[in-house]
Every structure is written in structure tokens, then in C-alpha cells.
Design a protein around this ligand. Sequence first.
Ligand code: CP
Ligand code: NVA
Length: 312
Amino acid sequence: MIRQSTLVGRDVLSVADLSADEIAGLVTAAIKLKATPSDRRTLSGIGVALLFEKPSLRTRASFEFGLAGLGAHPAVFELGPSRIGERESVKDYAMNLERWCDAIVARVFDHDVLVQLAKHATVPVVNALSDLEHPCQALADLLTIREHLGGFTGKRLAYVGDGNNVCHSLILAAASVGLSVTAVTPDGRGPSPDILDAARSRANQTGASVRVGHEPDAVRGHDVVYTDAWVSMGDDTARAEWFEPFRVDPTLMAVAADGAKHDPVFMHCLPATRGREVSSEVIDGPASVVYDQAENRLHAQNALMVALLGRG
Ligand code: CP
Ligand code: NVA
């Protein structure tokens, strides 16, 4: 169980903002919340601003329905073409919003906007996807892996695709709980060295390994195969053709299964493009747990918000 004092009032811009114990505690708290009918007294009187510079289905729906189920009032701001800091400064966004609400959840193009929001707001700021990380996704993914694999220690996950936001948070989260991870990316699209260093430092404590490979064969012997869009929202540096050899299809899943301890499960943060980063045989087949991941966004985020807002 999470002790209230560890997370109350904190910002969560990166998985690295949470200790390994806090991550494990949030997964356990999410399992408990998932198993319990939601109680509207839990966050009654709490207001949360949800800011979106980019489109969203899962993040918006899971925060809105999740917070409402706990009795909070989520207010969504779809910013359209106006980014945070354009119509008025990032500081003024922070210093206005904190007068009306108890937390700010923001999806931004530039991670530094989150850093600036957190610097100027006295209320917690939560990353709902930036170019650098997607920590809420990673918490939900750990919950999903625990449900399907029964635990983390000794298990292996291969992330296949672009080594950016989703990959970064997943590497940090996996290393924190003892799940070994291999990022399998085209050469030149690997994860950030700073993220790898931080993840390896956590992995040294948990016994996990953190590896990078640039050939599709590096998925061999993994219990989870995870992929994401080849070209992320707002990224004009990626080219889809670089990723063609990395499509997750039945052949790649069979390579992963070779030497794995578990029939590999397939994961994707969604949205997915069938026939591009994943074939429909895989995403719509029996190994796929993508809709469990989507559902678990709500439970993991509820656990996080309850802990940050001191109602745990
Ligand atoms: N996985 C995820 O964040 O989905 P959305 O972009 O729909 O929020
Ligand atoms: N990497 C993707 C994740 C979407 C949830 C993107 O940034 O567009």
C-alpha cells in the first residue's frame, strides 16, 4: 500500500519521478481499485484540468471517466492549433489553472512545456504524453503485464519500433520492477542514452537487463512483444519505410516465442495502424491484450491521482 506522504502533491512528468517502490505500489493500488466498485467520495470536490495539444481517445476518455467515477470534476481543454505558451505564457497557464483546480494533466508536443508548467504550478502536473515520455501508459502496461504474466521477475519484454516516448517510459518502468527489456529499433532510432542510463541504474537494483538491438531478430526469446506507431504525432523526423522490417506479424511473433518462458503476448499502446506496425492477424489474434491495456489506463491513472491528491 502506498503511504500517503510519498506521492502527495508531486509532479509526474517521467516514470523516473516515481521510485521503484512507488511504481510497484501504484500497480498494486490499481489492482485494488479495479476490483472495487468506484466510490464517488474518493475524490469529491477535486477539480482536474486536462490539457490536450494533440488528439487523444484513450487518455482523454480514461482520465475523464476515471476521475468522474471517483467524484472529481475533470475539465477538458482541447487546445487545437494553439499550443500552451502561444496564446499566453506557460507560466500564466500554470498560475491561472492552479487557482481553480487541484491538478493539471497535460499532453504536449514539447516535454519542456511540462517542465515549465510544473515549475510554475503549485498543484501536481502529470504528463499525459510528451515527445519524451508517456508515464501513464507505462503504469497501465505494468498492470496489464502483471495480469497476463503473473509478475515481472524473470520475464522479458521486447519493444519494437521507434525508441521514443512510449518506449522510454516502458524501459524505465520495466527496469524498476525487474522486468527485462530489449528495445528493438532501426539504427539511429534507439532510445535516448539518458533514459537508458537511468533505466540501467534501476535495473542494477532489480536484476533486470536493459538492452538495445537493431535487427528484428533481437525479439527472440521474449514473453511480451510491444509496438507503437512508426511515426509519432508531431514527429517530422521519422520515415515509415525505415520500420518495414520491424512490423509485428506472425513471423516476428514466432521468433519471439523461440526460447520464451511464456507464449508471447502482444501489446500496443494504440492507436494502431493494421498492416503497418502490426498485422491484423496479430493485433486481432489470441495473443493480443491491447484492449486490456486501454482499460487499464483508467485504473492505473485512478491509482496515481488518488495518491497524488492525498486521498489514498
Ligand atoms: N495510448 C494513448 O495514449 O492513446 P490516445 O492517444 O488515444 O490517448
Ligand atoms: N508514440 C505515439 C504514442 C501515441 C499514444 C505518439 O507519440 O504519437
